[in-house]
Design a binder for this molecule. Structure first.
Ligand code: ZN
Length: 131
């Protein structure tokens, strides 16, 4: 059987990395784990429910789980530049590479902030850097 690498580029298999989070079997213990699992959810598509319930209501706006199911670009690489956590607050800076439908490549560089609410890490907001 061919090992199935995790879409978050951790170097682990999907089964030993983000799958447990996306399936609801485990919850992310750190902001960085949540960030990785949300990237995997975007990369795989069809995990709108997960993205929805790991998103802070303050910044979710009118987004619905169905909106988050869609694959809009093909995510090809994730690099975590730094991750910090203090109590129930955390932030993760990352660079994510993707390919548009027309084949052109893009880079998304973001500093995301996360908060832990009743033991669940939630994505709060992101500051996007223009390259
Ligand atoms: Zn992963």
């Amino acid at each position: 059987m061919k090992p199935n690498p995790c879409p978050c580029h951790s170097g682990k298999t999907y089964a030993k990395c983000c799958q447990a989070f996306l399936s609801g079997k485990a919850k992310a213990r750190t902001a960085a784990q949540l960030m990785r699992s949300r990237y995997s959810a975007y990369a795989l598509g069809g995990h709108g429910d997960y993205l929805y319930r790991t998103w802070h209501p303050d910044s979710l706006g009118s987004l619905q789980p169905e909106d988050l199911d869609l694959i809009t670009v093909r995510w090809t690489h994730l690099e975590l530049l730094q991750a910090q956590q203090s109590g129930d607050a955390g932030n993760v800076e990352f660079k994510a590479r993707f390919v548009h439908e027309d084949g052109s490549e893009g880079l998304h560089h973001e500093l995301s902030t996360f908060v832990r609410d009743k033991g669940h890490w939630l994505y709060h907001q992101g500051q996007v850097f223009e390259e």
